[in-house]
Design a protein around this ligand. Structure first.
Ligand SMILES: [Zn+2]
Length: 534
């Protein structure tokens, strides 16, 4: 008898953590950070205490109380802090990661190192780039880890002891990527450097569960959905997906596969489910819309600086702005951290733009000391591509600067380049008050830099609070969502035609009850920690 237990992510966008069991075989499905729950307690200056390892996370319910799942070196004392509420006690056999977003994989770093992590090479490259440049704690330790040691019964400190994780790669990792990982300064000579080639046990089977990993279209490359064959039942898990991006045909193929294989249970995302029938969602802008809108806007700013605000992990968006730059006689300028991401990703897929040289993409020299070895290597490897802020100020109309809010502090050095320029916001809408406030700060930065903003605007609500809005006709069309709109999700579900549907990754899971009325599909709303038998 199989069972599926949802621990987190059933009523939030992200933080997905599920356990699928079939007899003695046990698989985690994603293990992401729940940013909403984290934001209830923490912010920039109040964070989980690194010296306390897992204690703060478990005490606040930010991680589920699962005995035997977590790294033992992250407990200052050996005792588990929540014996009374313990939900499970047998370590899983593997964790299946759908894609490289942190709300799906951002808590994998807390799991035991010998627990195999199953993912595509592209997802591994994304998570590796995060680990190499983030200033986070153990949660970033997805591909290798630094052991913590208890200095006294309550305090943990980093040791010299590094350990690699076991990665089961879905598909072969190309040689340039393997070589890139070998040159890591973090590889522990005692244990040998990290090899991403440990094959997923052929033919893709862990214990009694058969894995069918199918590529999907999403706002990062390398995403998959899983169709899982248990003894006597079939479960499919969508991960995050959409049909309207560059790889939409992959999601179409998944839909046909689901139609053929007809899962008993479908666990499906619902990010963009409308909260009520009275609030229909607008049409989904495609990447082509984003390009068209951005191109004509950038043309209005001839001779002046343009900042494109998006995350370069979204390679599709990077390609869009690269085309916009080419068609307007400009060049893209990246921050070193983003050059590092592209350097890694292009070793998995050489078609990903990585021509960081005087004629291609340029890199902004940030006046900070790059103490991190991977960023130092970017300076060495692509030294010809680097530009100083003064170079940008001399010819502001030659560039599209790829920034996000987190790079806004670099505007101080670009003050001579920015007046009269454009800040083009090309990323997702704000989720929650914390993020809303970032837009208030972003507005302050752009006003200080004397730049025009398109893609969002601030308006006062009835209480007089400034809130960002994204739906003004002049701001629409500069971003294409990574998620399928409601009508596409319903189409996918109807075609898959499962007996039971379990909503995940949504703030409005009940919308599926309404949308599937009149079908034989039963919507099951999970209770965290309570197994649903299959
Ligand atoms: Zn995602």
């Amino acid at each position: 008898m199989g069972a599926l237990t949802v621990f987190d992510g059933h009523d939030s966008i992200g933080g997905t953590k599920m356990l699928l069991t079939d007899g003695a075989t046990r698989l985690l499905l994603d293990f992401g950070t729940n940013y909403r729950r984290m934001g209830q307690y923490y912010e920039e200056f109040v964070k989980p205490r690194p010296s306390r390892g897992l204690v703060d996370y478990l005490a606040l319910g930010l991680l589920p109380p699962l005995r035997g799942f977590y790294r033992e070196d992250l407990f200052p004392q050996q005792d588990f802090p929540h014996k009374d509420e313990e939900w499970d006690g047998v370590p899983p056999d593997a964790v299946l990661v759908t894609h490289g977003h942190l709300d799906h994989a951002g808590a994998v770093g807390f799991l035991r190192p010998e627990l195999p992590v199953v993912m595509t090479p592209m997802t591994l490259a994304l998570l590796r780039s995060w680990q190499e440049t983030a200033t986070g704690g153990p949660e970033t330790e997805v591909t290798y880890l630094t052991r913590r040691e208890a200095k006294d019964p309550r305090l943990l400190k980093s040791s010299e002891n590094r350990e690699t994780r076991v990665i089961w790669s879905l598909g072969d990792a190309p040689d340039p990527f393997v070589e890139r990982l070998r040159e890591s300064p973090y590889a522990n000579p005692k244990r040998g450097s990290f090899e991403p080639r440990d094959p997923c046990p052929a033919p893709l089977r862990v214990g009694s569960i058969g894995l069918d990993a199918r590529p999907v279209d999403h706002s990062v490359y390398g995403g998959v959905a899983y169709i899982l064959d248990l003894d006597g039942s079939r479960v499919a898990y969508s991960g995050d997906l959409r049909f309207h991006g560059e790889h939409g045909s992959d999601t179409e193929a998944l839909m046909r596969r689901l139609e053929d294989r007809n899962p008993d249970v479908l666990v499906v995302e619902g990010t963009r489910l409308g909260s009520s029938p009275e609030e229909p969602l607008g049409p989904s802008p495609s990447e082509a819309t984003v390009k068209g809108r951005s191109l004509s806007k950038v043309r209005e700013y001839e001779g002046r600086l343009v900042v494109a605000d998006f995350g370069p992990r979204n390679v599709e968006r990077l390609k869009t702005f690269r085309e916009v730059a080419q068609e307007t006689g400009r060049q893209l300028v990246l921050v070193p951290k983003d050059a590092h991401i592209l350097d890694l990703l292009s070793r998995v897929d050489p078609a990903i733009p990585h021509d960081m040289d005087p004629g291609g993409m340029r890199i902004l020299r940030e006046p900070t000391l790059q103490s991190r070895a991977p960023l130092q290597r970017i300076e060495e490897r692509y030294s010809d591509a680097f530009l100083d802020p003064e170079d940008i100020a001399a010819t502001p109309g030659n560039w599209i600067l790829c920034f996000s809010f987190f790079d806004a502090n670099d505007l101080v050095d670009l003050r001579k380049a920015t007046p009269g320029g454009l800040w083009l916001y090309s990323s997702s809408e704000a989720h929650g008050e914390e993020q809303e406030f970032d837009f208030v700060r972003l507005q302050a930065w752009t006003q200080w830099a004397r730049m025009k903003v398109v893609g969002f605007r601030l308006e006062r609500d009835r209480e007089g609070t400034l809130r960002p809005r994204f739906d003004h006709p002049e701001d629409r069309g500069y971003h294409a969502s990574g998620h399928a709109p409601e009508r596409d999700l319903v189409e996918l579900v109807r075609r898959a035609n499962p007996h039971r549907l379990i909503p995940i990754h949504t703030e409005t899971p009940r919308a599926y009850d309404r949308l599937l009325q009149g079908t034989r599909i039963q919507v099951v709303h999970p209770v965290p920690g309570v197994p649903i038998s299959l």
